[in-house]
Design a protein around this ligand. Structure first.
Ligand SMILES: [Zn+2]
Length: 341
């Protein structure tokens, strides 16, 4: 065998490279574990014991519970996109938007149908509430209304995921029709989130929405129960200017709000990154700043046991009020931001 001279000449270099690669994998694994521990310590340090002494009462929690219970009822069969239950939920939202006097903002009235492989007859429901200042861009408030449907004869009711966010979205629409915002608000009840944020992605890849017209996205997904009674605010890592806003929300709300789950692997190791885990991910992908409010996965997450009777009503009230406080704040702050430059 005739070994080429360039291999022979640099043989110590090849040995170093081979040894480095052999050591790299375990080294990397150890480093990721260190990052994971560090992130857990960081989250523990920023977790408040409790927020304020009390929480504003602007939302009608009984009406929200009625809507949530209706959406998560066995008759809705888990609201699979395009199924009988999914269509009933869609019609329910459309009716509420109509009664509130929201403007139809879909491509067919309130509906924005879209197609995707493996999903038939899916549609977002979009209702617009004009703001006081037409020169300001739109803020999108989003919540997905679909869930997993029926699997092996079991109904996946999706009470927390995400009848809770949908019912909150409807209540926000009611609140803002009586308290006109500065920005135009687009209330977006999105379909097929469970199939990979399809409804949210469709807003942009069908050309229905133009990213540069949108100032911000507030997404709510899973607000109504948590083992540790924590509410996560996701997105401040990408947009640190949101941190003081979340702190202000914390000051007027009993919720224990934790800003976490938005850091990449090289920063937070194996800690879950939820940047792309619900519809806000589609907004983030096209460069729109966002915040996502939601709870951590609980034992009944994505199981037939996620039912309306498991909702922690007071916790749900508090988390929904917290997200409302944030929407009101961002509506004020962004106005100042754009008006001043
Ligand atoms: Zn969800």
């Amino acid at each position: 065998m005739n070994t080429p001279s360039w291999i022979r000449r640099y043989w110590p270099l090849w040995v170093v490279i081979i040894v480095a690669v052999i050591l790299w994998w375990p080294g990397r694994a150890m480093y990721l574990d260190v990052l994971t521990e560090r992130e857990a310590a960081r989250i523990a340090a920023i977790t408040p014991d409790q927020g304020a002494e009390s929480t504003p009462e602007r939302l009608d929690i009984e009406r929200m519970m009625d809507d949530l219970t209706w959406l998560a009822a066995p008759e809705r069969m888990g609201r699979f996109p395009g199924s009988e239950g999914g269509l009933a939920a869609r019609e329910f939202i459309e009716t509420q938007f109509t009664e509130l006097g929201l403007l139809p903002a879909g491509s067919e009235g309130f509906l924005h149908p879209f197609t995707h492989e493996g999903v038939d007859n899916a549609a977002n429901v979009l209702g617009m509430l004009p703001g006081r200042d037409p020169s300001l861009r739109t803020i999108v408030i989003s919540a997905h209304y679909d869930h997993l449907g029926v699997k092996n004869g079991d109904i996946y009711h999706g009470a927390d995921d995400n009848a809770s966010g949908t019912a909150a979205l409807l209540e926000y629409a009611r609140y803002f029709t009586e308290n006109q915002p500065n920005h135009t608000l687009l209330f977006a009840a999105l379909d097929s989130e469970e199939h990979g944020l399809l409804g949210a992605h469709a807003l942009f890849n069908t050309g229905h929405l133009t990213p540069s017209d949108i100032a911000f996205n507030v997404n709510v997904d899973m607000l109504s129960r948590d083992t540790d009674q924590l509410l996560f605010a996701v997105g401040t890592y990408h947009h640190p200017w949101l941190v003081p806003l979340v702190r202000r929300v914390q000051q007027e709300n009993e919720a224990r709000i934790v800003m976490a789950h938005d850091r990449p692997k090289w920063k937070a190791g194996h800690t879950e990154d939820w940047t792309m885990s619900s519809d806000h991910g589609a907004f983030h992908r096209v460069g729109i700043p966002f915040i996502y409010f939601g709870v951590a996965d609980h034992p009944d997450y994505h199981s037939p046991r996620d039912t309306a009777d498991k909702v922690d009503v007071e916790f749900y009230r508090i988390t929904s009020e917290a997200a409302l406080s944030f929407i009101k704040l961002i509506d004020q702050v962004l106005q100042e931001k754009i008006a001043t430059h």
